[in-house]
Design a protein around this ligand. Structure first.
Ligand code: GDP
Ligand code: GDP
Length: 436
């Protein structure tokens, strides 16, 4: 399970600056999918090979009322779900009453917390930092988020406090089978779909004691093959009516996506595509997961409504044209069985072993069909390719001046590899190395 780091502090102290700096390198995959919106409040960072989910809680001051209180509530949930809290304060403003109120809230939650004294540029640290020690919040790290100063040692400290992350284990994968995460906004029909997918199958539920941020993992066999459903709606844990409304947690969804092989993104056809659907889609692509889209509640829709939804999908989902879209009714079971065909196909594509020979031949063909551009009169040379990982497939291309390859050419290569390898239902990540 990916650890969660929450950035907390009043408005304007530099949270989103720090957030952007830490998540930037992880956005590379998303950059290849024009049209993809990302939720700038949630992102992934990687420090020392340890991956983590970062949450920018927006600004809280500790004494909100009205609409602000509702937003603060969301921030508090993020803190609740976090493994680590980075509490940002502003060296230029010094210690403010709002900082003190936030500190008070954090003390009550006893989460591991680091105090980040940002904007230390242009102030005398000895004088500026002193008041913050009064807050009595653990260690203090002076930073300049805009230039990255101090950020490395801060994040090193975070990484040191996180457990080692085991790489995916093939033997374990064989036992659990394909891991399928069912994700989507509240009320789109996830629980109904989970029940349908399980159907009559013999189900062994590991009902782990959990918190709101844990999904339920359900192991089962279908036609003699093992699968694991990652149920983000948590139906199996709901014991009574009061609990029947899901407590939606984006953190939980992101963790499920990261842990899955294939994600089934459930969308409510009656509502159409909304921003949050697009954000979730962005997270699936960013994580590099294989994707199947399920347009649910297709039952009982008028013909012109169906046409409208299909046109919308074609227009807005052009960038995920690799993913299968199913029009289903989880309630009646219509079309649900066919999801497995797409799940299997996507899983195969995402985990195929790709040989250096084959990849290099495709690369050479692609280059001969359509040369890379000239840079200052020198042509970019792409020599050979090999596999660099699975789920998502990573194709590593070696050559000269590879850092100059323009994004349209990266997209061209991606399309060519996808077609030649008959990859289906999975993003593909192209990486470049200069030299041999
Ligand atoms: P947030 O509201 O906490 O997310 O704050 P932002 O990240 O939006 O930053 C607010 C302003 O402070 C922006 O104009 C940033 O450029 C600026 N800022 C952020 N970090 C630093 C820093 O380390 N030094 C200085 N001088 N300005 C900073
Ligand atoms: P979740 O919050 O995503 O787990 O959504 P639920 O599975 O709890 O479903 C939310 C509501 O939508 C419930 O009232 C379901 O009965 C209803 N629902 C789910 N799937 C369908 C469907 O395919 N068609 C229709 N008409 N209603 C559905």
């Amino acid at each position: 399970m990916l650890p969660v780091i929450a950035l907390v502090g009043r408005p304007n102290v530099g949270k989103s600056t720090l957030f952007n700096r830490l998540t930037k390198s992880r956005d590379a995959l998303v950059a290849n999918y024009a049209g993809l919106t990302r939720d700038r409040k949630y992102g992934e960072a990687e420090i020392d090979g340890k991956k983590m989910i970062l949450v920018d809680t927006g600004g809280i001051t500790g004494g909100e009322e009205g609409i602000d209180a509702a937003m603060a509530q969301q921030s508090m949930q993020a803190i609740e779900e976090a493994d680590f809290v980075l509490f940002l304060v502003d060296c230029r403003d010094g210690l403010t009453p709002a900082d003190e109120m936030i500190a008070e809230q954090l003390r009550n939650r006893s989460k591991p917390t680091l105090l980040v004294a940002n904007k230390v540029d242009g102030v005398n640290p000895d004088i500026a930092l002193a008041p913050f020690y009064e807050l009595g919040i653990g260690e203090l790290f002076p930073t300049t988020a805009t230039h990255g100063r101090g950020v490395r040692s801060l994040m090193q400290r975070v990484a040191d406090g996180l457990p080692e992350q085991a790489a995916a284990d093939e033997e374990e994968d064989e036992a659990t089978g394909v891991k399928i995460a069912i994700v989507g906004r509240p009320n789109v029909g996830k629980s109904t779909l989970v029940n349908r997918l399980l159907g009559e199958e013999r189900v062994v539920v590991y009902d782990q004691p959990g918190t709101t941020r844990d999904s339920v993992y359900i192991n089962y066999d279908r036609d003699g093959k093992p699968y694991t459903l990652i149920d983000t709606a948590g139906i199996r844990r709901r014991k009574n009516i009061k609990e029947s409304v899901e407590k939606f947690s984006i953190v939980k969804t992101l963790q499920a996506v990261e842990d899955a092989n294939v994600v089934v993104l459930v969308i409510d056809a009656r509502e159409g595509l909304v921003d949050q659907d697009m954000h979730l889609m962005g997270s699936v692509i960013q994580a590099g997961r294989a994707l199947v889209v399920a347009l649910n509640k297709w039952d009982g829709l008028e013909a012109d409504h169906r046409d409208f939804v299909k046109t919308e999908l074609e227009r807005r989902l052009r960038f995920v044209d690799f993913a299968d879209i199913h029009f289903i009714s989880a309630l009646h079971g219509t079309g649900v069985g066919h999801l497995y065909e797409s799940i299997e196909a996507a899983y195969q594509s995402a985990t195929d072993k790709l040989s250096t020979n084959h990849l290099t031949r495709i690369l050479q063909w692609a280059v001969s069909e359509h040369q890379p551009p000239l840079v200052h009169g020198h042509r970019i040379k792409l020599r050979y390719a090999h596999a660099g990982g699975q789920n998502p497939p990573v194709i590593v291309i070696h050559g000269n001046q590879t850092e100059k390859v323009p994004s349209h050419y990266v997209r061209y290569l991606e399309k060519t590899f996808r077609k030649a390898l008959e990859l289906h239902g999975t993003p593909v990540k192209i990486e470049f190395r200069t030299g041999d």
